[in-house]
Every structure is written in structure tokens, then in C-alpha cells.
Design a protein around this ligand. Structure first.
Ligand SMILES: *[C@@H]1O[C@H](CO)[C@@H](O)[C@H](O)[C@H]1NC(C)=O
Ligand SMILES: *[C@@H]1O[C@H](CO)[C@@H](O)[C@H](O)[C@H]1NC(C)=O
Ligand SMILES: *[C@@H]1O[C@H](CO)[C@@H](O)[C@H](O)[C@H]1NC(C)=O
Ligand SMILES: *[C@@H]1O[C@H](CO)[C@@H](O)[C@H](O)[C@H]1NC(C)=O
Ligand SMILES: *[C@@H]1O[C@H](CO)[C@@H](O)[C@H](O)[C@H]1NC(C)=O
Ligand SMILES: *[C@@H]1O[C@H](CO)[C@@H](O)[C@H](O)[C@H]1NC(C)=O
Length: 576
């Protein structure tokens, strides 16, 4: 296409516009309001059917599980399975329900971190303070080489401190009687801590922990590289005790469990009447002592749904300057990041009709016989809790079925909603102008501007490409996509949703043969203005049925029949 550059040298005059291609930007839609979840009902029923089809298997004889899906306002779906074979001498709960309790192991870390964030917000500590300020023993001279003064609370919560993973856990010496059979020499237990795995699970004390740590060496320098460490959160528990003057357990109970009405959640071992006890069941009663802040909590799926709703609605409002669900470091996997202390997973393989990445903000827990995961899908406003006994494989099986089915259904419900609220033909309020616009919804391109004539000029082929890399691409290789900013012109009444129009590259050809740097993509949604207003800002005034094109100082009205037509066009195929 021979496109004349109307605006002379505009692109080159802009300071570094978007540097490279960006495919599949997100967010692609505002956070859906699921209300009672009616749009998801077919998918939720399908998940129920799939789970019912697998629980007949032998693996599920001795396994119990609880799974819940919550929106950011209410629980949408639950499913519980009770093991068929129980321990004859100690039953625990026979029929699992939403209040049944499990050990949630490392999910505890999210509570400890929330406590630290509350204390930061209260001005009782700073996330960027060194740990040694709150644990005097670590400021003392020591035989070990961990640089405690250089390790901040933030690094610890983000798994970036570089300190060792465990204290009195995970030592093979406690598991094998004849080490030479594994090729290991006999060694003595002299000098090792006299607690927990070294001593029949007797809880370790603060003194035992700190004495041991003062002899240890780091894995990495602080902030060099993330690596999982239980000790990070153990120490943050001690920091909470230092600044609040309360025991860790008391503090978490009054600061989090009580305000969130998590009545089935505790750090003390609950009585057996709601306990989900695996056959072997030796772990339920173990007091983790100083390790409680990293793995000590007992909870239920209904309580964790409450916790997820709290996070989904508050993650950017707890500590100024900190969005709690964002990554702090990349992890070993291409798709994995550590947050604070979340484990973030992004996949571009989950949606069936686009490769738009979907982000799971998760925290997993594992303890002998208890396996668990909480996951949040902030873009969809959904959270998933999975609690399992006995079989790690069951957790994996459940999360694949539940997450994949749910995300695909949520995605398709989103398109229908977008089509009925935004898609269609828009006309200028000033009828004397040859001005019109069409928005459409499709699987891969989400909300797309397919045409925009302004006062007789085709904007998509003239103006828009000047503002992005798209001027180097034939028009067939990109589309104009709208992205919500989640802001409003009138925030208090949630009126006037602000969106940005982006030129987005389409994937063409053999994806394996693309240039390496084709994957370099930096977010830049504010790339130009006209007369002081953003050129790509579009404001939807839903009640008035108009869209405002800010730079054009113009409102356009949506044609009355648009919604119905577009809804039919956008309806997605069968659930798979
Ligand atoms: C907290 O730590 C500070 C400094 O390390 C110490 O002086 C203080 O006694 C500790 N307070 C409590 C309640 O443990
Ligand atoms: C801040 O610390 C003080 C003193 O330890 C304590 O009384 C107060 O409750 C703490 N603030 C919060 C919000 O926990
Ligand atoms: C049942 O629980 C008891 C402890 O309460 C334990 O000693 C026993 O090994 C368990 N039975 C089975 C079959 O795991
Ligand atoms: C429409 O275009 C004409 C020239 O064709 C111009 O004179 C006029 O100012 C434009 N009006 C608006 C509202 O853009
Ligand atoms: C409006 O402008 C478009 C694009 O320049 C042109 O193709 C179309 O014929 C015009 N329509 C009228 C009614 O002038
Ligand atoms: C567009 O409509 C909205 C909502 O009625 C109004 O607040 C805004 O001022 C209008 N903008 C223009 C340019 O007419």
C-alpha cells in the first residue's frame, strides 16, 4: 500500500516510540463483574462433571480435597471430595465441606508478608530496613558469613535474600540409617541443632534458629538471584514479634484472621472435628515452633476464598508504592517470577484462539500429606483455592482441569460482554461531518477498531501508523486494539471508562523462524498527543451510549442495533 506520509517526519521526530513489535497486549478487558457467576455456569458444571469422572479412581480412595472458585466479591463454585478409606483409630472429618481444615503449609507465607506490609503501612518498620535492625542477635559478631546488614525485609519477602533454604529440615542424615548405601560417608550429628528433624519434630526455638544461622554461609549475595527459602519468612515472623510486641500467632490472628472473619483458620492445632486427616496423619499435630511464620497455618477452602477476595480487591492499596501481586524477580523458568512472596506464572498456551498471556499469581504449599495452592487471576477477577491430602499428583490434576476450563470459559464470557457493551457502529453527534467508527470483538484481537473515518479521512491508514512501529509494516500485519486502563474520568461514580488504542502486530508465518529480537516488546501506551490530549485516548460513557475521542474533542454515539448484532457475531463456540 502506498501510504503518503502526511505528517512529515513525525515518526522520526518522536522520542523513541515503541521499539519493537508487541503481540497480544493485556489487559484486554476491564475486570468482569461476575455477579452470581451465571455466565460461567456451563463451565463450572463442566468442571464438576470432570471431577466427578475422575474421583472414582483408586488414587482418590485415600485422598480428600476441597476446591473453590471465587470472584472478587463472592464464592462462585465449590467442590469437595472425601476419602473413602479412613484411619480407623482417628477419623477426623468424614464429609469434607468448605469449613474442613487442612494444613496449608507455605501459603502461610502470604499471611506473614501481609503482616509485614501492615506494619510498614503503620510506620512500625520499613520494607527497606535491614533485618538486623529487628533481630539484635544477627547484628552480633558471628562465625558465619551471611551479610545480615545488607539484607532487607523486602528482599526476604521476595525470596531475594540469598540465605539458606532451611534450618533443621531437609537434612538427609535424618532419613537414612546406612548412608554408605547412597555413597555418602558416615558423619556425626555433633553441632547440629537439637530440634525438629534432628529430634523427633521437637519445635525449634528462636535461640536454636539464630544460633544455627549465625554459623551459616549464604547461597547468593543479597538481591543477586532469587532462590526459595523458608528461613526468609521465619525471620520475618520474628520481625513481626519484635515490632508488635506480640507472639507471631497472636498478631496474625488479630491483624488478619479476625478482621477477615476467617473463623476456621488458626496457628494452633484445631480439634479433630473439622480436620481433614490423611491415613498416615502424623503431620497434623506437629507444632512447627519458630517455623510457624513460614508454614504453620491451618485453614479451610472457604476461609481462603475470603482471603483471596481481600487480596483481589486490595493488592494495590495496602502499602503506598507497592503493588503486591507484581514480580520482584524472574525465576529460572521463562514463564515464572517471584513476587512477595507469590509465585507468578504466565502462560501463552492456555487460551485457545490467541496467545495472549494469562497471569496466575499463586502460592503453593506442601507438607508431608498436605498439598495446596491459591491462585489469583487478577485480570479476570477470579481466585482458585485447591487443598489436597495425600497425593501431590491430585493437586496437579485438579489445577489443570479447574484452571484451564475456568480461564477459557471466563475468556469467552468476556467477549460476549465486550460485544454487547462496546462493539458496533458509532456516528458523530455532528451529522454534517463524514465521521464514523466501527468497533468489533473477536477471539484473537479482542476489542478492535476496524474502521475510523474522521471528517472524510481514513484515520486507520493515515494518522495511526505514524504513531507507532506500524509505519514499518503493511497494514495487513497489524490491527488497532483497545486496551482498558481501568481508570475512569469520574472515578467515584465509575463513569467514563478510559481506554487506549494501540497498534498491535499480528503473528504471521512460522513462529519458530522469527528473528530473536522479535520477542523484545516494551509496554508504551502513551505515545503521542494532539493539542495536549492523548491521541489514543477513548472514553466510554456507558450510560450515555457515547464514546469520547479526547484528542478529537468529539463524542460519537453508538447505533442502537449494534449490541444485538455484535453479540451474535462474537458468540464463542463450544466449551472444550
Ligand atoms: C526489637 O529489636 C530491637 C533492636 O534489635 C531491640 O533493641 C528490641 O529490644 C527488640 N524488641 C522486642 C520487643 O523484641
Ligand atoms: C505499631 O507498633 C506499636 C508498638 O509495638 C503497636 O502498639 C501498634 O499496634 C503497631 N501498629 C499496628 C498497626 O500494628
Ligand atoms: C492411623 O493413625 C494412627 C495414629 O492416630 C497411626 O499410628 C496409624 O499408623 C494410622 N493407620 C494407618 C493405616 O495409617
Ligand atoms: C473538516 O474538514 C474540512 C476540510 O475538508 C475543514 O475545513 C474542517 O475544519 C474540518 N472540520 C472538523 C470538525 O474537523
Ligand atoms: C466519507 O469518507 C470516506 C473516506 O475518505 C469515503 O470513502 C466516503 O465515500 C465518504 N462518504 C461520504 C458520504 O462522503
Ligand atoms: C462527551 O460526553 C460526556 C458524557 O456525557 C461528557 O462528559 C463530555 O464532556 C463529552 N465530550 C465532548 C467533547 O463533547
Amino acid at each position: 500500500m502506498a501510504r503518503v506520509s502526511i505528517i512529515i517526519a513525525l515518526a522520526s521526530a518522536l522520542l523513541s516510540p515503541v521499539e519493537a513489535k508487541c503481540y497480544d497486549p493485556s489487559p484486554a478487558f476491564p475486570v468482569p463483574d461476575w455477579k452470581d457467576g451465571a455466565e460461567l455456569k456451563p463451565a463450572l458444571d463442566l468442571i464438576t462433571d470432570r471431577l466427578e469422572a475422575i474421583v472414582g479412581g483408586e488414587k482418590y480412595d485415600k485422598t480428600s480435597f476441597s476446591v473453590e472458585i471465587t470472584s472478587n466479591t463472592e464464592t462462585l463454585w465449590t467442590h469437595y471430595h472425601s476419602a473413602r478409606i479412613h484411619n480407623a483409630t482417628r477419623l477426623g472429618v468424614k464429609h469434607v465441606d468448605g469449613d474442613s481444615q487442612y494444613r496449608i503449609a507455605s501459603i502461610t507465607k502470604t499471611f506473614t508478608t501481609l503482616g509485614i506490609m501492615y506494619q510498614h503501612a503503620a510506620g512500625n518498620l520499613s520494607l527497606d530496613d535491614p533485618l538486623s535492625r529487628y533481630i539484635p542477635e544477627l547484628a552480633e559478631k558471628q562465625a558465619g558469613t551471611i551479610p545480615w546488614h545488607d539484607i532487607t525485609l523486602r528482599s526476604m519477602a521476595s525470596q531475594l535474600s540469598g540465605i539458606p533454604r532451611e534450618m533443621a529440615q531437609g537434612d538427609l542424615i535424618n532419613r537414612i540409617d546406612e548412608p554408605w548405601k547412597l555413597g555418602l560417608p558416615p558423619v556425626s550429628k555433633e553441632g547440629l541443632p537439637d530440634c525438629y528433624e534432628y529430634k523427633g519434630h521437637k519445635p525449634c526455638t528462636r535461640a536454636q534458629l539464630l544460633n544455627d544461622l549465625k554459623r551459616r554461609s549464604p547461597v547468593y549475595a543479597p538481591n543477586q538471584q532469587s532462590t526459595y527459602s523458608n528461613v526468609n519468612l521465619v525471620l520475618l515472623g520474628l520481625v513481626l514479634e519484635n515490632v508488635t510486641g506480640m507472639s507471631y500467632s497472636e498478631y496474625i490472628d488479630q491483624a488478619i484472621f479476625k478482621p477477615l472473619n476467617m473463623a476456621s483458620t488458626s496457628l494452633e492445632t484445631p480439634p479433630d472435628d473439622h480436620a481433614v486427616l490423611p491415613l498416615g496423619q502424623y503431620y497434623w499435630d506437629i507444632d512447627e515452633g519458630v517455623y510457624r511464620p513460614t508454614g504453620g497455618i491451618y485453614s479451610s477452602s472457604s476461609d481462603l476464598s475470603k482471603f483471596l477476595r481481600y487480596i483481589l480487591t486490595h493488592y494495590n492499596a495496602i502499602v503506598k508504592g507497592l503493588n503486591w501481586i507484581m514480580p520482584a524477580s524472574w525465576s529460572m523458568g521463562m514463564h515464572n517470577f517471584y513476587g512477595m512472596p507469590f509465585e507468578i506464572f504466565r502462560t501463552d498456551r492456555i487460551l485457545e484462539e490467541s496467545r495472549r498471556p494469562v497471569t496466575f499469581v499463586t502460592k503453593a504449599g506442601g507438607e508431608p500429606d498436605y498439598f495446596s495452592r491459591i491462585s489469583m487471576l487478577p485480570e479476570y477477577g477470579l481466585g482458585i483455592t485447591t487443598l489436597v491430602t495425600s497425593e501431590y499428583g491430585v493437586l496437579q490434576e485438579l489445577q489443570e482441569i479447574v484452571s484451564v476450563t475456568l480461564v477459557r470459559a471466563a475468556e469467552s464470557a468476556v467477549w460476549s460482554a465486550l460485544a454487547s457493551s462496546y462493539a458496533g457502529s458509532y456516528a458523530a453527534t455532528d451529522q454534517s461531518l463524514n465521521t464514523s467508527m466501527h468497533l468489533s470483538v473477536s477471539a484473537g484481537k479482542v476489542l478492535e477498531m476496524t474502521s475510523f473515518i474522521s471528517n472524510g479521512t481514513d484515520v486507520l491508514s493515515t494518522l495511526l501508523p505514524e504513531f507507532s512501529y506500524a509505519d514499518q509494516e503493511p497494514m495487513a500485519l497489524w490491527h488497532a486494539q483497545l486496551q482498558p486502563t481501568l481508570l475512569y474520568k469520574d472515578f467515584s461514580h465509575q463513569r467514563g471508562e478510559i481506554w487506549r488504542l494501540m497498534t498491535v502486530s499480528d503473528r504471521v508465518g512460522n513462529q519458530d523462524e522469527r528473528p530473536i529480537f522479535d520477542d523484545l516488546c516494551l509496554t508504551d501506551v502513551d505515545f503521542g498527543s494532539y493539542g495536549g490530549l492523548p491521541i489514543n485516548e477513548m472514553v466510554f460513557w456507558q450510560e450515555e451510549g457515547v464514546v469520547e475521542l479526547s484528542a478529537w474533542r468529539m463524542n460519537m454515539t453508538r447505533a442502537a442495533n449494534s449490541a444485538a448484532e455484535e453479540t451474535i457475531e462474537a458468540m464463542h463456540g463450544d466449551l472444550r
